[in-house]
Design a binder for this molecule. Structure first.
Ligand SMILES: *[C@@H]1O[C@H](CO)[C@@H](O)[C@H](O)[C@H]1NC(C)=O
Ligand SMILES: *[C@@H]1O[C@H](CO)[C@@H](O)[C@H](O)[C@H]1NC(C)=O
Ligand SMILES: *[C@@H]1O[C@H](CO)[C@@H](O)[C@H](O)[C@H]1NC(C)=O
Ligand SMILES: *[C@@H]1O[C@H](CO)[C@@H](O)[C@H](O)[C@H]1NC(C)=O
Ligand SMILES: *[C@@H]1O[C@H](CO)[C@@H](O)[C@H](O)[C@H]1NC(C)=O
Ligand SMILES: *[C@@H]1O[C@H](CO)[C@@H](O)[C@H](O)[C@H]1NC(C)=O
Ligand SMILES: *[C@@H]1O[C@H](CO)[C@@H](O)[C@H](O)[C@H]1NC(C)=O
Ligand SMILES: *[C@@H]1O[C@H](CO)[C@@H](O)[C@H](O)[C@H]1NC(C)=O
Ligand SMILES: *[C@@H]1O[C@H](CO)[C@@H](O)[C@H](O)[C@H]1NC(C)=O
Ligand SMILES: *[C@@H]1O[C@H](CO)[C@@H](O)[C@H](O)[C@H]1NC(C)=O
Ligand SMILES: *[C@@H]1O[C@H](CO)[C@@H](O)[C@H](O)[C@H]1NC(C)=O
Length: 746
């Protein structure tokens, strides 16, 4: 069967061989997009490009020449970073996720030349799952902002998954599978990351429409073009080996194995079939995939991402087997692209550390002969680095990555020491640490920690966080913040963003977003990934919050600055979420007292409802905290089809709530969002209080309550949003009049 397939027309294609662009048009277009009134002020000069020279890192020089600002560098990424250095250090501007674009009025001259240089070859960005947790429904405008943000910060190695399914489907079709067979494999729009990882297959509330695949393909090509134009090397997908269940009908190879199951999903949705890389047909599919991808996306990169065992157990732990798998994988890539470099997320070495002994890791990595042919992401370096126990990945090139956030959790959190001092120590100790990367699962908040880390990649010495945060506040609020706001941020820096408590080492989530239960809601980090205990004393947050609130009252212009409005909403959100903890503790202890009455339980429960009502109102004031924004972006992709809208909305709702048809990973990606708090979490806690009021510690039955809950949750998953899709209310007015907020401020 295999023999009759040929590459047909594809083999005859030739490609433009330009990899990274060498024109300054990309950065000029960025200036025209973000700073149109200053477009004539900049002169970008690309001098003697140093590509192909391993010891040459990106660097820049900025100076005034006549009335122009001249930025020169040897690479486009150097130019981008040079522009950023000028904007942030001299012109006082910046660009954020939170809706505030560069708002620099004029371009002051440069008195003293600005120079800078990256300390690492690669600045990497994205986790495979960020494409689902944060970017699942992004449109081109969202991507444009994100890519400008990345480029300016000097990122030069972003992951580029968007549009992958089109190439995959083409490859499956070429292999002889029918569209019906293929469609049973593909997962819904909000779950593609785990389908790409081979964790799940299929979709649980309808079928992925081809219109989604085609629209993402168009979007993906724009993204890759823009990345290249901005001097970034996209990390492209490749064929990992996961195939539809029906694959034996086209190739009944002895090298087909079922992967292990993942996160308690039923077999039909997991245990993905893997065509092992040592199969000759795997290589053919890889060649087809890579060739087709180059035809469609351009010959823009030779760095490919492949993960075969992310949260999956390999079929055998035999070291010969593991070396064969990796050797065959790299051989298949080399057959498709002689320059291929295989990038993999190193998460498995931490998450399955019992399986992945140093000996097995050595065998697996040893299957690839050249150290430069691999790029390992040490995925969680700021908390659980694996490079020590693997002797620096036994010589393979690797990137120190900052993970920070699971599932788009939203608590305030940072560990600035571990973002600055710790990576610099690692760099000094490891010549094969070739980059610094950000591999957050979700990009939701705590923006200051991302800025700090990406700036650290351009500073030899660990950054001094005290002065850093002051300068950051200065430009974040356009130079218009009073002293008290700086004070507030300095407290946040030391209390919230300088965590050294290893128990809570990632972004915590609010317990209000967890399924109500009488116990088990308080937990620490690392082991079960999302702590719910803040890393600081909640009382400590009141001080900076009060300072921000007072500043907002005293200086009404502040709230007109989007970033300030965002930050005040966010800190208020956290204060209210923290207030939920003692209210919850009080509810449980009231219920647990002998002689508790249903009236006393309801009264204690009312406090929870009140807190959630306040929180929902607060969140509604900011566009960055709306459930309706997530949903409307999803539904907009359906372009009018009612059935597809319903399917996309189910996907959007399901990921952030049940995460699976029956709550397989319930609340993993919970969010403090207006609409979700008011409609979903509040309803769940009210059901809980109602149930508590009718039970005692002797009669309480978690199964009975769980059934009630699931019924509500599933019904909510199937609903369509009918409320407003925009902000409402005035944050200051709410703070002034809400009794709960007033009592917390007092
Ligand atoms: C892709 O570009 C590289 C150089 O960047 C070149 O060596 C290679 O032949 C090109 N591949 C194809 C398929 O054109
Ligand atoms: C590589 O770049 C470094 C730094 O710019 C430079 O010193 C060196 O001469 C270059 N080597 C080659 C072979 O071009
Ligand atoms: C994989 O699982 C499916 C579904 O249970 C089963 O039909 C198939 O035989 C299994 N394949 C292999 C190679 O074990
Ligand atoms: C799914 O994986 C589990 C191991 O994680 C295994 O026990 C089970 O047999 C697999 N099922 C199929 C159908 O392959
Ligand atoms: C591992 O697999 C190889 C090749 O199949 C075999 O020769 C060897 O005996 C196996 N080792 C162990 C410990 O099972
Ligand atoms: C695959 O393994 C063989 C045998 O060890 C080795 O010679 C070859 O270099 C490996 N291939 C790659 C691309 O590393
Ligand atoms: C910071 O990094 C060190 C060294 O890797 C580690 O021991 C510590 O637990 C980390 N701290 C936090 C809060 O993650
Ligand atoms: C960390 O967790 C351990 C075990 O749960 C606990 O004993 C210890 O008090 C915790 N430390 C902090 C600082 O919370
Ligand atoms: C209820 O109180 C008893 C006795 O103090 C205690 O052992 C138990 O853990 C409490 N239950 C809950 C759910 O708090
Ligand atoms: C809890 O309720 C379930 C379902 O009604 C029942 O099967 C189970 O026996 C109950 N558990 C206890 C401890 O009563
Ligand atoms: C999708 O889920 C909703 C809510 O759980 C359910 O009502 C509906 O029947 C499901 N639709 C499909 C096609 O599975």
């Amino acid at each position: 069967m295999v023999g009759i397939r040929s590459f047909g027309a594809l083999a005859l294609l030739s490609f433009a061989s330009a990899a990274v662009s060498s024109s300054t048009a990309g950065i000029e277009a960025l200036v025209a997009r973000r700073l149109p009134h200053l477009a004539h002020k900049f002169h970008f000069e690309l001098s003697s490009p140093c590509a192909q020279n391993a010891s040459c890192f990106d660097s820049y020089t900025v100076s005034s020449v006549g009335d122009k600002i001249k930025v020169s560098a040897e690479t486009l990424s150097g130019l981008n970073r040079g522009l950023y250095a000028y904007l942030t250090e001299i012109a006082g501007g910046d660009i954020y996720w939170t809706g505030s674009y560069l708002d620099v009025d004029c371009a002051p001259p440069v008195d003293q030349k600005l120079t800078g240089s990256s300390v690492v070859k690669w600045r990497y960005y994205f986790n495979t799952v960020t494409f689902s947790y944060t970017a699942a429904f992004w449109h081109w405008e969202d991507w444009e902002l994100q890519l400008d943000w990345l480029a300016l910060r000097g990122v030069n190695l972003p992951l580029a998954w968007v549009g992958f399914e089109k190439t995959l489907i083409d490859t499956y079709r070429w292999a002889g599978l029918t569209d019906a067979q293929i469609s049973t494999f593909l997962s819904g729009p909000a779950f593609q990351a785990w389908n790409r990882f081979g964790n799940i297959q299929g979709s649980w509330n309808g079928t992925l429409p081809m219109s989604w695949v085609n629209d993402q393909f168009i979007l993906g090509k724009k993204i890759v073009d823009r990345m290249v134009e901005l001097g970034m090397t996209p990390v492209m997908p490749a064929f990992a080996g996961f195939v539809p269940r029906a694959f034996p009908e086209v190739d009944n190879s002895p090298n087909l194995v079922n992967s292990s199951d993942w996160s308690g999903f039923p077999t039909i949705l997991t245990n993905d079939t893997l065509l092992e890389p040592q199969d000759a047909f795997f290589t053919k599919m890889q060649q087809y995939f890579v060739t087709k991808q180059k035809e469609d996306f351009g010959n823009v990169s030779s760095i490919y991402t492949i993960d075969q065992f992310n949260e999956l157990t390999p079929a055998s732990g035999n070291t010969t087997y593991l070396a064969t798998v990796s050797n065959s994988t790299i051989e298949s890539l080399k057959a498709a692209d002689p320059n291929a470099v295989w990038m993999m997320q190193g998460w498995l070495f931490f998450s399955a550390s019992t399986f992945w002994t140093a000996e097995r890791i050595q065998a697996f990595l040893g299957g690839v002969s050249n150290n430069e042919d691999m790029l390992i992401l040490d995925l969680f370096s700021e908390v659980q680095p694996q490079w020590q126990r693997t002797q620096s990945y036994f010589g393979k090139n690797w990137i120190w990555c900052f993970l920070h956030d699971y599932g788009g959790n939203m608590g305030l959190y940072g560990s600035m020491q571990n973002e600055t001092v710790v990576p610099m120590e690692a760099l000094a100790a490891n010549p094969n640490m070739v980059g610094m990367g950000v591999t957050m699962e979700g990009q939701e908040g705590n923006e200051v920690t991302y800025d700090l880390f990406l700036d650290q990649a351009w500073s030899k010495a660990p950054i001094d966080t005290a002065s850093y945060v002051q300068k950051w506040v200065q430009r974040r609020y356009s130079g218009k913040a009073p002293q008290s706001v700086f004070q507030a941020w300095d407290i946040l820096r030391t209390a919230v963003y300088s965590n050294e408590n290893a128990n809570v080492s990632v972004v915590p989530k609010s317990i209000l977003g967890l399924a109500p239960a009488i116990s088990g809601l308080f937990r620490f980090g690392a082991g079960n990934h999302h702590p719910t205990v803040p890393s600081y004393d909640p009382q400590v947050l009141i001080g900076p919050w009060r300072l921000l609130v007072q500043a907002a009252f005293a200086h009404p212009h502040l709230l007109k600055i989007e970033t300030f409005h965002h930050d005040l909403t966010d800190v208020t959100r956290q204060v209210v979420a923290n207030a939920f903890i003692p209210a919850y503790v009080n509810l449980i202890s009231t219920w647990n007292q002998t002689g508790a009455t249903s009236a006393s339980i309801r009264k204690a429960g009312q406090k929870l409802t009140d807190i959630l009502t306040t929180l929902d109102k607060v969140l509604y004031t900011s566009p960055d905290f709306l459930l309706s924004r997530w949903i409307s972006k999803a539904v907009a992709w359906a372009k009018g089809s009612h059935e597809i809208k319903t399917y996309y909305e189910y996907n959007a709702r399901n990921q952030i709530t049940l995460w699976g048809p029956e709550g397989q990973i319930n609340d993993y990606a919970s969010k403090d969002w207006a609409g979700l708090v008011g409609q979903y979490y509040k309803e769940r806690w009210e059901l809980f209080v109602k149930y508590l009021a009718t039970t005692t510690p002797e009669t309480y039955n978690a199964t009975v309550f769980g059934d009630t809950l699931l019924q509500f949750e599933q019904a909510w998953n199937g609903q369509r949003w009918s409320g407003p899709a925009c902000t409402k209310g005035n944050l200051l007015h709410i703070i002034e009049t809400d009794p709960l907020l007033q009592s917390l401020l007092a």
